[in-house]
Design a protein around this ligand. Structure first.
Ligand code: GLU
Length: 863
């Protein structure tokens, strides 16, 4: 019974059709061999599959084509329907030509830079040029303008060929460094660290990747300042736990998704197979699901692809024929299998598999972008040839597991500055200083305050040529600090860097930390020559005229009051008790003399007798007191203060005159202002500046020196003018500002730090810190406040100052007249009581007498 069962089984086995496929692997590559075997096993486990797969494999020897041909020929004799491999790119062309002769479909799974698309090539490894394009897309997405490619061998250069083609030496610099052959790469990493480059692209085999990263960590470049982009598609199989908490950015790409259920299943089965075959278990079992390497996954996909194609073409084991290398026979179906595969699509472990019909290379693949975080490797986006990079940097916050709104915290930034007073200066100390300690200044303090607020670290570097940044219209490149920022060699630039629309198109600026405008720096005005009529200067012309008018009017008032006031008519002969006539001391001449006598503070023998005249005299004396005191005080000012004369008061007058030369800083925002502005006299100034290159200065300091020594006006930004006139006492600012602008901190376009820095600058402004720093660097440090304060300017007193005195005088004179009439009325009233005359009659008589100006004696009416 038992024997019968065995016979039936043997019969069935003999009848089942087997498809024989071959695999060529390197002797050391157990993973590839096992993956090949596993794929066949899993296909065979599925009872619904009509045919079983019989996998035959053979070892190839690197560089040994003879041994390889021997292996291949003996496999072909078994009657193969397809071959997968070899896993050595060196042997690929050789195996390929043999398979072509025998018309056996060959499916390659290796990155092969020499591969050229042709009719009968199938390679499951992603197309080299598309892969290279993905590197470019990612690096451009991260805005790496300057980086170093660390490569293992010359083949790597083919991988990065697009990177090398796209980047140029002016804007984007690439350094190429090869890993040391001996295995010690520390020296290389030390040199790279010193170079200041922060971004690295690493391309090396998996055998050495872990060692390379370890050595990078040993020299201290696996920290938060550095970024690594690892081109190997198997980066995720390396143990990166030693670096995941240090903050270093390690990014890579992968073709297989370790969370895919099929990938997990194959990984487990592969691990099992390894154990069954007595191979050592991987060190990190928990990463088993991640350990399926790209090559193994591609081999599995290749087996499936071949099997499904054969099924669809209804090719069975009977179709296969043994082929011998020493004969000319061939299979005859290989090309149709290849063509069928090219048109086929398959959802494999390595994603959707599609080929270019023409060339047979794998196209339209999707890569996962993965990044190392404290929680391990995480997918942060994808890349595919149609959509490019689909990754959001914002996601990083979520990736890191904490909502830190300050991406600047603890990071080290390179801050570029220039030696421009008082923004950035070298400290004047005898001790040898290093690092940031060497520098001081307003800009340095601002960065320091910002670093305290935003908790970042900074390293100051100098822009040696002192250039701020201008666009070369021909080459479309930026020089100076802006060029450095754009190239990624510095993170921020701070100095008296003006925010302009042109610069804003190349870099980003923070909110201005200082506001200013262009103005003119020129020598202080000269004292005017002394004048013969300085004595007249204390009062303005109108005050002098009003004084003269007051003198005449007050004299007339005294004359009027004297004639009308009865008390002013006195007995000329005191010894005659009852005089027949009376005399009056206030004749018109005497009135003029009385007023001028008191005005000159000399007095006369005339003494007012009536209340009204005395009242008027009092007010007049008061008026004189004030006027004389004011005159004396202001005359003293005019005699001590020299009158200053300015040859021009504003930009229009400067342009209109001929004797004074003028200029600006040759390369900078001020020069550009005149180039670009069409308003007012600015085009005339531009013409002058253009025609007088000898008046254009390399630095503001040169301009200040020239303005001090020559008859030269220098257009400069108002903040710098303020700084200069605090120290160069013979210089001053002439006229107001021609425009309004500000200084800002420059950084790369679309920088994530811009908003944070702007907010911090506003806070410094609101707290008064920036104003305090300005006072420190403008007025206190380095000779600030040396110049005496501006001399007070003496100005003539005018009606605004003295109007009140004239008013009091007017009111006094008016009251005097009113008093006169009261006195006259009272007197007349008394007299009419004693005589027969009526009050009205007596008043009319008095007024009639008043107008008889020639009569200076008055008959006595009453006894
Ligand atoms: N602040 C100017 C600039 O950013 C330099 C000085 C000037 O042009 O007056 O270019």
């Amino acid at each position: 019974m038992k024997l019968l069962f065995i016979l039936i089984c043997v019969f069935l086995l003999c009848n089942c059709e087997e498809l024989r496929i071959g695999g060529l692997f390197e002797e050391s590559n157990d993973n590839a061999r096992l993956a090949f075997q596993l794929a066949a096993d899993i296909i065979n486990e599925n009872n619904s599959n009509p045919y079983k797969l019989h996998s035959l494999w053979g070892y190839v020897h690197h560089f040994n084509t003879l041994a390889t041909s021997h292996t291949l020929c003996s496999m072909l004799e078994e009657g193969l329907v397809g071959i997968i491999g070899p896993t050595s790119p060196f042997l690929s062309p050789y195996v390929k030509s043999l398979c072509d002769i025998k018309d056996i479909p060959l499916i390659q799974v290796q990155w092969d830079f020499k591969q050229k698309g042709n009719d009968d090539l199938i390679n499951l490894y992603p197309d080299t040029s598309e892969l290279s394009r993905s590197f470019v897309d990612l690096i451009q997405n991260w805005k790496w303008n300057s980086f170093t490619i660390i490569y293992e061998n010359n083949d790597s250069l083919y991988k990065v060929k697009y990177l090398l083609e796209i980047y140029d030496q002016i804007q984007n610099t690439i350094t190429l460094r090869q890993l040391q052959s001996g295995g010690d790469h520390r020296k290389l990493f030390v040199e790279l660290k010193r170079s200041g480059d922060k971004h690295y692209v690493i391309d090396c085999s998996m055998n050495i990747l872990e060692e390379v990263l370890q050595q990078a960590q040993q020299v201290g470049i696996m920290t938060d300042e550095y970024s690594f982009f690892i081109l190997n598609l198997d980066m995720s199989t390396v143990d990166l736990t030693p670096y995941q908490y240090g903050g270093v950015t390690v990014t890579g790409i992968r073709l297989i998704n370790p969370e895919d259920s099929r990938v997990i299943e194959f990984s487990h089965r592969l691990q099992q197979l390894r154990l069954n075959n007595g191979l050592k278990q991987e060190a990190f079992n928990h990463l088993a699901a991640w350990k399926l390497q790209t090559e193994s996954a591609l081999i599995i996909d290749a087996v499936y692809l071949l099997y499904e194609t054969l099924m669809e073409l209804r090719i069975s084991g009977v179709d296969s024929v043994p082929l011998f290398c020493n004969s000319t026979d061939s299979w005859g179906k290989g090309l149709s299998v290849i063509n069928f595969i090219k048109a086929k699509t398959l959802a494999g472990l390595t994603g959707d598999i599609k080929f270019d019909i023409e060339t047979g290379v794998r196209k339209d693949f999707t890569l996962d972008i993965i990044e190392l975080t404290p929680g391990g490797l995480i997918k942060i986006g994808t890349w595919n040839s149609a959509l490019g990079v689909n990754s959001a940097h914002i996601q990083r916050k979520e990736i890191y597991g904490f909502a830190d709104t300050n991406p600047m915290r603890n990071k080290l930034f390179t801050v570029l500055t220039t030696l421009t007073e008082p923004y950035g200066m070298l400290k004047n100390v005898s001790a040898t200083l290093t690092g940031n300690d060497r520098y001081e200044g307003f800009g340095i303090d601002v960065i320091h305050e910002l670093s305290k607020k935003l908790e970042f670290r900074y390293q100051i570097i100098l822009q040696e040529d002192g250039m701020y940044g201008t666009l070369n219209a021909r080459t479309k490149t930026w020089n100076g600090m802006l060029g450095e920022i754009r190239a990624g060699r510095a993170d921020f630039a701070i100095t008296d860097l003006t925010i302009t629309s042109e610069r804003e198109s190349a870099v980003d600026f923070t909110m201005p930390f200082m506001n200013l405008g262009i103005s003119i720096l020129y020598r202080k005005p000269e004292p005017a020559p002394p004048s013969l009529f300085t004595f007249a200067y204390p009062f303005s012309g109108e005050v002098w005229i009003l004084m003269a008018a007051s003198y005449v009017l007050v004299s007339i008032s005294f004359f009027v009051m004297g004639r009308l006031c009865p008390s002013e008519w006195t007995n000329p002969y005191p010894c005659i008790e009852e005089p027949t006539f009376l005399v009056n001391q206030f004749s018109f001449r005497n009135a003029l003399w009385f007023t001028v006598g008191s005005l000159m503070q000399q007095g006369t023998e005339l003494a007012p007798l009536a209340i009204s005249t005395r009242m008027a005299s009092g007010v007049w004396y008061f008026f004189i007191l004030i006027m004389v005191s004011s005159y004396t005080a202001n005359l003293a000012a005019f005699l001590t203060v020299e009158e200053l004369v300015t040859p021009f008061e504003n930009v229009e007058e400067l342009v209109a005159q001929k004797g004074i030369k003028y200029g600006a800083k040759a390369i900078g925002a001020t020069r550009n202002f005149f180039k670009d502005s069409n308003y007012s006299v600015y085009p005339q100034i531009e013409k002058y500046l253009y025609n007088h290159p000898e008046d254009m200065m390399t630095t503001n300091d040169d301009g200040v020196r020239k303005a001090e020594l020559e008859n030269y006006a220098f257009f400069m930004e108002s903040t710098s003018i303020e700084y200069s006139i605090e120290r160069h006492c013979n210089l001053t600012q002439v006229g107001g500002a021609l425009d309004e602008k500000g200084y800002g901190i420059a950084m790369q376009k679309d920088s994530e730090y811009r908003h944070l820095l702007s907010t911090a600058i506003l806070e410094l402004q609101e707290s008064g810190k920036l104003a305090q720093l300005k006072t420190k660097w403008w007025k206190e440090k380095r000779g600030g406040g040396r110049c005496e304060k501006r001399q007070p300017v003496a100005t003539p007193l005018d009606l605004k100052n003295l109007g009140g005195v004239f008013f009091v005088l007017g009111v006094g004179a008016f009251l005097g007249i009113v008093c006169t009439f009261i006195e006259l009325s009272v007197h007349t009233f008394k007299v009419t009581k004693l005589s027969n005359n009526t009050f009205k009659r007596s008043m009319v008589d008095d007024f009639k007498f008043f107008f008889q100006f020639r009569r200076m004696t008055k008959p006595v009416k009453e006894s």
